[in-house]
Each structure stands twice: as structure tokens, then as C-alpha cells.
Design a protein around this ligand. Structure first.
Ligand code: SF4
Length: 886
């Protein structure tokens, strides 16, 4: 990396890793971890390592479009301003809404929040962070008086016991997990406890794994509180000085789970011995940190579960101390920044809510002509408002609600009811863009310029190093253009993102005479040069010298009394499934991000998993007569999706798992959102997206096959009558399809096309067709009755550009792709499959992890695959003893 490298921040998760990039306008660059950034000290996970792979202008939206036709920014913003003005005049301010995203920069969020809440008079400003951690926000506010996660990443390393509750940190926040595991490996006293119904990648590394019944985390922590009290393990001195409502919380916990550990264990679906082991470990270890994530938040009582967990920490005084705290881990890169500016419908700005004093102070600061005075609609209610015709103009930015909100069919119907749907995005095709009247091209990572706040309150810069492509513009700029056309010239007359951040910091100074910790007043006069030179800093960055490293270390909380609150909770247990039904758990994959609008286009990131799979236990699979590769339909009352079966021994019986990433753009029968109910937590409005009850139906297509095509805009029409799954390679797309049409008829239907190669093998009931140009294979179709193997992206990247025609014909003929290492890619950085690792281990029976890594390099770059590599070593294939066998 040269001296002119630019420091920026990763675009994906809430760890917010620092990244170094060459200072050049080049979309083929490689990135490196920033060794000085306090979030990662040089490490990057596989997604971060391959940030350069998502820079090519593939499927980019490059100009505004109006009703599908390219237009200018001037015309687009005229049109939008006209529609907003008309809606507000005719139907009132609440007929307008923003639906934003934790992918936006703080400045974008600030501009949207200011326009809606101060100038249009509506608090209909919600965000996909509602789906991610809004329950944790309410838990924080109830317990601490403010949405202020107390700890630093160092505490994750320092904790003697780290408890992950409903978090697969190994895959969702990999660098943070690696930091922990490094500390873990250096100190044998450290313990990792994972609470998760699934044997996730994190659970595989745990010293103690509590595979609880889905949704019973709240009961687990209530039972822990009961145990801590019974064992006299609470810190009553701390409680007396710093905590309120201990008795009420304890009483509620006893009412919820009783005092009998056998009963508690049964409620949670684990053995009493395991439960006791966990309780004892917690009770005796002062330096305990509990980190939680979607497994708790995305439930019908995520707030109560969060408070049940925090209650245990408050009762033992384990908040604000080195290695001891309760820590909600944010999913998105700037979910925290969005909450700082007030980017949730129930917040006003800078951690202020809709009380009279806050409304007045914010209104005075903004010189606001039309101040919102009450909370707006939260995400699910907002789309319900759309369905009821209340929202006339909806502006969606950097998110894909059709794919990510529950009950996708309801969201589609709701969007059809909105008169004007505006979508700002970087790509030109998502499930949501289908419903856009106006599409606005946004800047992507590498082009954006602004601030993001990670999950331990560290504010870092995302810096641009690429010129904006086409007519793409910053989101704050688009909002400001519209605001000016609405007549708010002075208030939105910013010329640089720095002015917006400074304004945000100036507004935060209204908190300096309150108990709130969110305060950026020390940078209220930030110059452009300071902004450009910004080094990562945790908030508060306040004049009163609050220590940002660890909040509440003095036991003084953000409440009026200065004391924290324990909360009496009764978390809801999801309704039990019936005998023939399955609990569908949803979650993340290691190499994909959200609805794949960026990672799905990177061939490298499709190596680990490039098909939409539903994981099922072997016993259930046998009972349902389904095998690996079968196509099945999962259905609930809300809808259904189709996915490919993967038999997974670590999956619990009665439960299936499917990743949340796939959607209609990548799988034409849609993704898990089709089956999720719109049930929300009553306090936070966060949907219970973590699980659903489904039935499974095996589909019996007549034939299946795959199509590789180098032009994704030119897919053949016959695909519409199949069920297909799409995966991007470097030079095209690969679609695996399943069809009900008899194979013979399908073969016949292809006869009117011209191909460079055709093979109809009736013996094998298979047929193959291919077309070539001077670059190699550009169209390859295979159809057969037996389940086909599909070529992997690595093979296709070669066959479509560098390998000779004969070579790929050979592959087509044999059905075995010579250059395609068989097996599943484990290490994306070095393209190493599980079969290669197993072969090495068989050939070198005495070698362990170190020798394996020295030879194949797997897991030696970003380390994201280390859990899988270690598991393969631990379960190394046994050598056959030929002498004994004979
Ligand atoms: Fe990016 Fe990975 Fe770091 Fe998350 S852990 S910020 S995805 S590099």
C-alpha cells in the first residue's frame, strides 16, 4: 500500500473496521485493514477483504429514472418536490414518509430527519434499523435512561466470560469474534458461552453451548436472576446506590419462571445440569460481558428479553467496568449514527424524544417552520399506512423492504397503494425497485463521503477514492435539492457533508445540561480540514470530559435520578408449532450481506454458498423423504418460498434454517420474508423476523439443470415457468433451475435455436447446449432428469474467459469440471474447498491445523473460515485400514 493510501471504513457490519485503500480512481483495487483503527487493528473479515470486488459498475443505477425513463436530476427533484408539496397540502404532513437505512451516512440521515421532522411536520422517518436493533434501543432507554451501549470492544476481549445471546458473532461480526478468540487462545481461563438454538459457527467454538428452545432467551435470563438472588450472588451495595426496581424485577422473574431449576430447564429446552453450569459460571465471574443481537431483538418481545439480560448485569453491578457489561451488537455500519440523529420514528433528534422541551429546543435550533410534535409510524405500521392509502409519497433510501420486511406479499401490495414511490439505490434491480416511480442513483462505498458510528460508539470517516459514476449523487445532496425546491433554501444550503456533520454536533450541545451522554459539542466548530483529518473517536466527545471508553463506570446513569432501572418483564414465548410443522430459524451467512445488493454480485463472495439452501436435520429429512439437492417449498399462512435442501446434522430436529439474504432477484420464488408474520414487539415495533412456523413440501420437478449466460439482461423466457436460483460469476450469471416440463419437451423447445455445441444424451436423460465467442463460453445450458451438479463460480470464471473451447466441451461432456475442485468452498481468500482440506488431512494423518495452514493457507488471511477449518481438523476423515478391512 503506498503512502497516498486513504483511510476509510468498511461498508458492511457494525464492527466498523478501518480500511486502507490506494488513493486512485480504480475499480480493481485491493483493500487492506487499517492497522491503527481501534475497531480492527488491521484485521478484515472475508467481506471486508473483498470490498474491492464489489466496486465494478455491475448493475449500477447511473441516472435518475422517472416511470422507467431516464431523466435529469433537475426534473426528478422538481417532480418529487411537486408530489411532496401536493400530498402535504391535500392530505397533511403525515402523507409523506421516509424509509431509510443503516447503510446511510450520518449526514444523509441528518438531512432526511431535519426535512421531515422540522420542515414538513411529520415524524414518519423510519429505517431498516427498526428490523435490526430497535428493541435493544428501548431496552437501553428503559434500563439506562438513554440508548447508549456502555462498553468498548476491549471489554469483549477482557471479559473472563463472554456470553453471546442470540448472536452468531463468528459470521455476523467476524472481526470482533476473532479479537475475542485471539484473547481466548492466550488465556485458558476465559470462557465463551453461546445461547442459540442452532449449532452456529460461534457455538462450535463455545466452551458452553445452550441450545435453547427458540425464543426462550428471556426465560433463561429471568431464571438466572432468580438463581443469582437465591445464591446471594447479587451486589446489593451496588443495587442500593445505583439501581431501582430490583424487587419488582425479581418478583416478575419468579412469576415468569418460578424457582425450580428443573422447571426452568424444561421451559428453555436444556438440561438442568447445563443450566446450572451456566448459572454458576455467571455467578462466580465478575468480568462477565453479555453481547446480544438479532436472536433476541427480532422477536415479539425483544425489549423484555433485552431487559431480562440487562437486569442480571445491573443486579450484579456488572455495567461500566472493564470486561463487564451488557452489549447490544449493531448489525449495520451506521445503525448507531442513524439513531444519533433521530432516524427512528419515535425519536426526535440527538437522543431526544418528543417531549415539550426537546421539541422546542430542536425547533429553535433548526428555525423549523413545521415541527413534528409526536412520533411517526414505525416500519411495519408505516407500510400498513401505505396499504391503507394514508402515505401518498414514500421515499425509500438504501434499503430493500420488499425483501427484508416480514410478509413480503403485504409489502408489495402496500407499495402498490402509494401514489409516488421514490427509491434511492446504487443498483438498478432489486425487489423494491420494481415498485419505484422514480429511481435515484446513489453513491456507493468508495464514492461516499461522510461519517459512520460503529457499535461501540466509534465515529469514523467513510472517505471517497472513486469518482462518482454516471449521475450518481450523495443522498444528502438529493434531499437538500428537494428541500430547496420546497422553499427551504437557507436551511438546506449545504455545500459539503462536513457542514451537515458540524450542524449535527452543534445540535447535540442541547444535551450538555442533561443527564444524556450523547454529546458532540466538543467538535461543534469542526473545520473542513478537521473533518478531512478525522481520526476514529468514540462519543461522547463532550466539553464536560465524559470518558467515552466505558459509560456509567461511576454508577451514574442517564436517568433523572441518576440510577439505572431494573425492569419487571414477562417475555413472551412464541406459540409452539404443531407436530407436522417446523420452526424456521433465519440468520446470516458468512460471505453475504443483507439482501445481496452488493455482495451477491461478487463472484468471490459466492464461492462459499451460491445457492439458496434450507438446512434440515437428517432424521427430519428421512421422515419427509427428502435428500440433499431436492427442491422444497416452505409455507406459512403469509406465503411460501422454494429452496434447495441441505441436510445438516447439527440442525435440531423440528427446526429448519434458511438464510435471510435470498430474495426474488436471486431466487424467483422469493426468500424467507415471504413466510414471516408481521408480528412486532409492542414497545419497539421490531418485527419477529427470527423465526416462523412453516410446513415443508417436497417438490418433484420433471427435470432440472443450469444455465450460464454472460448477459443477465437477456434471460430466456422459458425460465419464467421454472423455479430458479441465481448466482453471479465474474463474467455472467449462473441459474440453477427446476422445471415441471417433461425433459423431452424441453429439449424439443430448444431445437429452434442455434448453438455451437449440442449434445442430447437420451441414455443419460440429459442434454447440453453451448455457444462460444472469441472469449470462450458465453452460453451454457444443461438439463437432465437426475440432479445435476452445477459448475462453481471459479470454474466458470475460467471457462468463460481463459480456457479453450475444447476444454469446456470436455467438461460439458463428462459432467465433471476438470478445473473445479469438488466440494464446498471453505476458504474464500484462497479458494480452498472442504474436499481439499479432507484430502490433505487423509494424506497427512499426523499433521494438524498449523501444518495444514502452512500447506494450503486456508484461514491465514482474513480468518473468517477458521471455525470451519478447525471443525474439519477436529473431525478429520479416518484412514481405512486395508489389512483389518480384508
Ligand atoms: Fe467489514 Fe467484516 Fe469488519 Fe464487519 S467485521 S466491518 S464486515 S471487515
Amino acid at each position: 500500500m503506498n503512502d497516498a493510501a486513504i483511510n476509510t471504513t468498511c461498508a458492511y457490519c457494525g464492527v466498523g473496521c478501518g480500511v486502507k485503500v490506494p488513493n486512485q480512481n480504480d475499480r480493481t483495487i485491493r483493500v487492506k485493514g487499517d492497522s491503527e483503527h481501534p475497531a480492527n487493528y488491521g484485521r478484515l473479515c472475508v467481506k471486508g477483504t473483498h470490498l474491492g470486488d464489489v466496486l465494478p459498475l455491475r448493475s449500477r443505477l447511473l441516472s435518475p429514472t422517472l416511470k422507467g425513463k431516464t431523466t435529469t436530476w433537475d426534473d426528478a427533484t422538481d417532480f418529487i418536490a411537486g408530489k411532496i408539496a401536493k400530498a402535504v397540502a391535500e392530505h397533511g404532513p403525515d402523507s409523506f414518509a421516509f424509509y431509510l437505512s443503516g447503510q446511510l451516512l450520518t449526514e444523509d440521515y441528518y438531512a432526511a430527519n431535519k426535512l421531515a421532522k422540522g420542515f414538513l411536520g411529520t415524524a414518519n422517518v423510519d429505517t431498516n434499523s427498526r428490523l435490526c436493533m430497535s428493541s435493544a434501543v428501548v431496552s437501553h432507554v428503559r434500563a439506562f435512561g438513554e440508548d447508549s451501549p456502555p462498553i468498548s470492544f476491549e471489554d469483549i476481549e477482557d471479559a473472563e466470560v463472554l456470553i453471546l445471546a442470540g448472536s452468531n458473532m463468528a459470521w455476523a461480526h467476524p472481526v470482533l469474534f476473532q479479537r475475542r478468540m485471539k484473547a481466548h487462545s492466550l488465556d485458558s481461563q476465559k470462557k465463551l458461552v453461546v445461547i442459540d438454538p442452532r449449532v452456529s459457527a460461534s457455538a462450535k467454538e463455545a466452551d458452553l453451548h445452550l441450545a435453547i428452545k427458540p425464543g426462550t432467551d428471556g426465560q433463561l435470563f429471568n431464571a438466572l436472576l432468580v438463581y443469582l438472588t437465591a445464591q446471594n450472588a447479587c451486589d446489593h451495595d451496588y443495587i442500593t446506590k445505583h439501581v431501582e426496581n430490583f424487587d419488582a424485577a425479581l418478583e416478575a422473574a419468579i412469576a415468569d419462571v418460578g424457582t425450580n431449576i428443573e422447571h426452568q430447564a424444561e421451559l428453555c429446552g436444556v438440561s438442568p445440569a447445563l443450566l446450572l453450569e451456566f448459572f454458576e459460571l455467571f455467578a462466580k465471574t465478575q468480568k462477565t460481558t453479555t453481547a446480544w443481537s438479532m436472536g433476541i431483538n427480532q422477536s415479539e418481545s425483544g425489549v423484555d428479553k433485552g431487559n431480562a439480560l440487562i437486569n442480571c448485569h445491573l443486579a450484579t453491578g456488572r455495567i461500566g467496568k472493564p470486561g463487564a457489561g451488557a452489549f447490544s451488537i449493531t448489525g449495520q455500519p451506521n445503525a448507531m449514527g442513524g439513531r444519533e440523529v433521530g432516524g427512528l420514528a419515535n425519536q426526535l433528534a440527538v437522543h431526544r424524544l418528543f417531549d415539550e422541551k426537546s421539541i422546542q429546543q430542536v425547533s429553535d435550533f433548526w428555525q423549523a417552520p413545521a415541527m413534528a410534535t409526536r412520533p411517526g409510524l414505525k416500519a411495519v405500521d408505516l407500510f400498513q399506512g401505505c396499504a391503507e392509502g394514508k402515505i401518498k409519497v414514500l421515499w425509500i433510501m438504501a434499503t430493500n423492504p420488499v425483501a427484508s420486511l416480514p410478509d413480503a406479499n403485504l409489502i408489495k401490495a402496500a407499495l402498490n397503494c402509494v401514489e409516488t414511490v421514490i427509491v434511492s439505490d446504487v443498483v438498478d434491480a432489486t425487489d423494491t425497485l420494481t415498485y419505484a416511480d422514480i429511481a435515484l442513483p446513489a453513491l456507493a462505498w468508495g464514492e461516499k463521503d461522510g461519517m459512520v458510528t460503529n457499535t461501540d460508539r466509534t465515529i469514523s470517516r467513510q472517505r471517497p477514492f472513486l469518482l462518482p459514476p454516471g449521475n450518481a449523487q450523495a443522498d444528502w445532496w438529493a434531499i437538500a435539492q428537494v428541500a430547496k425546491k420546497l422553499g427551504f433554501e437557507d436551511a438546506f444550503n449545504w455545500s459539503h457533508a462536513h457542514e451537515i456533520f458540524r450542524e449535527h454536533a452543534q445540535l447535540s450541545a442541547i444535551n450538555s445540561d442533561t443527564p444524556l451522554t450523547f454529546d458532540l459539542s466538543a467538535v461543534a466548530n469542526l473545520t473542513l480540514e478537521d473533518y478531512q483529518q478525522w481520526q476514529p473517536q468514540q462519543w461522547p466527545i463532550a466539553k464536560n470530559q465524559l470518558n467515552p471508553k466505558r459509560l456509567y463506570s461511576d454508577g451514574v446513569f442517564s436517568t433523572l435520578s441518576g440510577k439505572a432501572n431494573m425492569v419487571a418483564v414477562k417475555p413472551v414465548i412464541p406459540i409452539e408449532r404443531k407436530e407436522h410443522e417446523f420452526t424456521l430459524n433465519t440468520g446470516r451467512l458468512r460471505d453475504q450481506w443483507h439482501t445481496m445488493a452488493r455482495t451477491g454480485y461478487a463472484s468471490t463472495l459466492n464461492q462459499h454458498t451460491n445457492q439458496f439452501e434450507i438446512h434440515i436435520n437428517p432424521e427430519d429429512a428421512q421422515r419427509c423423504n427428502i435428500a440433499n439437492g431436492d427442491l422444497i417449498e416452505a409455507a406459512s399462512n403469509e406465503g411460501c418460498f422454494a429452496a434447495i435442501v441441505r441436510i445438516e446434522p447439527s440442525q435440531n430436529t423440528g427446526e429448519v434454517f434458511a438464510p435471510m439474504h435470498w430474495n426474488q432477484h436471486f431466487a424467483n420464488k422469493g426468500g424467507v420474508a415471504n413466510c414471516i408474520k408481521s408480528t412486532v414487539d409492542p414497545l419497539s415495533g421490531q418485527p419477529a423476523s427470527k423465526h416462523a412456523v412453516v410446513t415443508l413440501k417436497k417438490l418433484n420437478p420433471n427435470h432440472n439443470g443450469f444455465l450460464f449466460i454472460d448477459d443477465q439482461t437477456n434471460l430466456p423466457e422459458w425460465l419464467n415457468s421454472t423455479t430458479w436460483f441465481k448466482s453471479y460469476t465474474t463474467h455472467g450469471v449462473l441459474l440453477k433451475f427446476y422445471s415441471d416440463e417433461p425433459l423431452a419437451e424441453f429439449i424439443e423447445s430448444q431445437s429452434n435455436q442455434s448453438f455451437d455445441f449440442t449434445l442430447d444424451d437420451s441414455m443419460k436423460e440429459s442434454a447440453h447446449w453451448a455457444k462460444y465467442n472469441d472469449q470462450g463460453l458465453f452460453y451454457w445450458l444443461t438439463a437432465q432428469t437426475e440432479l445435476c451438479q452445477w459448475p462453481n463460480t471459479k470454474f466458470l470464471d475460467q471457462a468463460t474467459h481463459t480456457v479453450s473451447i475444447n476444454h469446456s466441451i470436455n467438461a460439458i461432456l463428462t459432467g465433471n469440471f476438470e478445473d473445479q475442485a469438488s466440494g464446498k468452498t471453505v476458504c474464500t481468500c484462497f479458494s480452498i474447498t472442504d474436499e481439499e482440506i479432507k484430502t490433505y488431512l487423509l494424506e497427512h494423518p499426523k499433521n494438524g491445523l498449523n501444518q495444514l495452514q502452512a500447506s494450503l493457507k486456508c484461514g491465514t488471511n482474513c480468518g473468517s473460515c477458521l471455525t470451519e477449518v478447525k471443525e474439519l481438523v477436529a473431525n478429520r476423515p479416518k484412514q481405512v485400514d486395508f489389512y483389518k478391512a480384508s
